[in-house]
Ligand binder design. Structure first.
Ligand SMILES: NC(=O)c1ccc[n+]([C@@H]2O[C@H](COP(=O)([O-])OP(=O)(O)OC[C@H]3O[C@@H](n4cnc5c(N)ncnc54)[C@H](O)[C@@H]3O)[C@@H](O)[C@H]2O)c1
Length: 287
């Protein structure tokens, strides 16, 4: 029956056991919802499993989860390379790499295999949800569920609504978001959605300030004390990854054909030089 009630949703499928997929699987399992987690190979699956173990360990060390519950959470996640094991779920969340062709192929396959009443969500951070949904026979049941990294920690879930997404699908996503303890916001399906649309141009502007000769620490200090930000824009750019930041700016620039999103040339040089931020030990700061 459609619309489905999110309360009856007791099993979901997550496709892609990378950084995001593993986190998404974990937060659903923590909320007593069974998860089938699919990836291409056993190796990919064990990487995902190890990631979940690390997060669970750190939550239990902090006292956020009791040891007894950890075993239950583990048991709620089934790791498999076979999509068909999840054909009866009511919600799928796709978290495979950020390539439109790859995601379209996956959605075509999901549309064939998964129960036709199920909602198909994508965790894309920059692609068009309408384009991904257009390859299915249920574009009204396709929505963006944009989680933030690290998923077990970050409170926000941005629900990205395409021109085809219907109200039942939005409602379902909102309710299930609340069930897993996230705060949801609705964003329209345009490049950057809401959070990156506002955040990324600010990080870009801070990079321009550095290119003009300002000191990163002075800029960060200014935003900490003058705008009450919890972390400065250049420190945050290093955490996000300069390559990821540049990619997001380029998708905003191309998506809107608007020069206000033109990436700062310094970001391009930093990527060419391998200064990708914290992950390479050097960005605006050294690590
Ligand atoms: N990393 C972030 O901070 C972040 C934040 C928000 C959204 N996202 C989005 O989430 C998605 C995943 O990002 P990630 O950082 O987890 O990437 P990742 O590279 O860590 O993980 C992707 C996983 O998908 C698997 N995969 C690839 N093709 C597959 C297929 N055909 N079937 C099943 N599994 C397949 C890979 O083996 C890998 O395990 C992307 O769309 C990304 O833009 C990422």
């Amino acid at each position: 029956m459609y619309p489905l009630s999110s309360k009856q949703c007791n099993e979901i499928l997550v496709v892609g056991a990378g950084l995001m997929g593993a986190g998404i699987a974990q937060v659903f399992a923590q909320a007593n919802i069974r998860v089938v987690l699919v990836d291409r190979t056993e190796n990919d699956l064990s990487r995902g499993k190890n990631q979940i173990e690390k997060w669970l360990l750190s939550l239990s060390k902090k006292g956020d989860i009791e040891a007894l519950r950890i075993q239950d959470i583990r048991e709620r996640i089934t790791f498999t390379t076979n999509l068909e094991e999840a054909k009866d779920v009511s919600l799928v969340i796709e978290a495979i790499p950020e390539k439109l062709e790859l995601k379209k192929e996956m959605f075509k396959q999901l549309d064939k295999v998964i129960n036709p009443n199920a909602i198909l969500a994508t965790n894309t951070s920059s692609l068009s949800v309408a384009a991904i949904g257009s390859v299915t026979n249920r574009p009204e049941k396709v929505i963006g569920m944009h989680f933030f990294s690290p998923v077990p920690i970050m409170k926000l879930l941005e629900l990205v609504v395409s021109i085809n997404t219907d109200n039942e699908t939005i409602q379902f996503a909102r309710e299930i978001g609340e069930r897993i303890g996230k705060n949801t916001i609705i964003a329209k399906d345009f490049p950057g959605f809401t959070v990156n649309r506002v955040l990324v141009p600010m990080l870009n502007e801070a990079a321009f300030l550095v290119m003009e000769g300002n000191d990163p620490e002075e800029i960060d200090q200014g935003m900490l004390l003058g705008a009450n930000h919890p972390v400065g824009p250049l420190r945050l750019s290093d955490y996000v990854g300069i390559d990821v930041l540049l990619f997001t700016l380029e998708s905003l620039y191309e998506g809107f054909n608007d020069s206000k999103f033109r990436p700062c040339p310094l970001l391009k040089r930093m990527v060419e030089a391998g200064h990708l931020g914290k992950k390479t030990g050097k960005g605006f700061y050294s690590y």
